[in-house]
Design a protein around this ligand. Structure first.
Ligand SMILES: NC(=O)c1ccc[n+]([C@@H]2O[C@H](COP(=O)([O-])OP(=O)(O)OC[C@H]3O[C@@H](n4cnc5c(N)ncnc54)[C@H](OP(=O)(O)O)[C@@H]3O)[C@@H](O)[C@H]2O)c1
Length: 263
């Protein structure tokens, strides 16, 4: 299927690794020009080389911290300077630390809010004039977590703070329409460094005897495996494409079927 995004301009945050990198790869493989981002320059350059190996679009790096307002402005400016506009905004981020509620303090909460919510608020605000100026509908895809559907053990920050992103995404799907569509993807466990970190932290808290036992538990879904990041990246590219043009304000769970809710 031709996703019809050849030559479009995409900004993908937190994309030097994991789900953001997979999304940038899927978009660039379909011919979109992408700006990728992360804090660590070396990791960013490695990701650029990996994506370029399969891309037909151009790949540009922009180092920056999603909790820094000036860095977010620079991300938008770089995309517009390099590619003339922004057709697609994909927001990923680092993950908040795991652990029980009583081990979190105010600083953890404010940091999680800055990283996961305010980064999306600021990027949506700054990117909107570009997203809505083209002939084609602009798109926003927010990568969040299945924790917005079902509270997950030892993930109180993710369970709580990410709900705001869904409220924001739904609102943008109404206020920015018809010029821009906004959707979210809600990943279950995918094979990235985030899952390795979470399982290792759970082993340290004695929730599992070994890393393997923890990973097996995380892979507890009808498909009996964790996801390949490209399975999520391909969905992000699809949601960014006019091929999915009537999908707006939706939240798509990508978790191998582990969430028990009917809707
Ligand atoms: N993987 C999963 O199974 C899963 C499931 C549900 C939800 N999620 C959520 O999806 C998001 C992405 O997870 P992932 O698996 O892709 O994680 P990952 O493989 O650890 O990648 C995280 C990416 O974010 C960047 N990053 C982290 N903090 C940043 C910051 N402050 N500013 C800019 N970039 C930053 C990292 O680069 P630098 O460290 O160099 O900045 C890296 O590129 C997270 O919010 C995670 O909680 C993941």
């Amino acid at each position: 299927m031709d996703l019809q995004i050849d030559g479009n301009a995409a900004l993908v945050t937190a994309s030097s690794s994991g789900l953001g990198k997979a999304s940038a790869t899927a978009l660039a493989r379909e011919g979109a020009n992408v700006v990728i981002n992360g804090r660590d320059e070396d990791r960013l350059e490695d990701a650029k080389a990996e994506i370029e190996a399969v891309a037909t679009g151009e790949v540009v790096t922009q180092q920056g911290d999603l909790t820094d307002e000036d860095d977010l402005t620079r991300l938008v400016e770089t995309t517009v300077d390099e590619f003339g506009t922004i057709d697609h905004l994909v927001t990923s981020a680092g993950g908040p630390p795991s652990g029980p509620f009583l081990e979190t303090d105010d600083e953890d909460w404010y940091h999680a809010y800055d990283l996961l919510v305010m980064s999306v608020v600021r990027l949506a605000r700054e990117a909107e004039p570009y997203l809505s100026e083209g002939e084609e509908t602009g798109t926003i895809v927010n990568i969040t977590s299945r924790s917005v559907k079902e509270a997950l053990d030892s993930l109180v920050l993710s369970n709580s703070v990410r709900m705001s992103v869904i409220g924001l995404e739904k609102t943008l799907s109404q206020e920015f329409a018809p010029d821009v569509r906004a959707n979210a993807v809600l990943p279950g466990p995918h094979e990235t460094s985030r899952i390795q970190d979470l399982v290792e932290q759970a082993v340290e808290r004695d929730e599992y005897d070994s890393y393997e036992e923890g990973l097996d538990d995380w892979a507890g879904n009808p498909l009996e495996r964790v996801g390949d990041p490209m399975e999520l990246g391909n969905t992000v590219a699809y949601l960014s494409s006019p091929v999915s043009g009537f999908i707006n304000g939706d939240s798509i769970v990508i978790d191998g079927g582990s969430t028990g809710a009917n809707l």
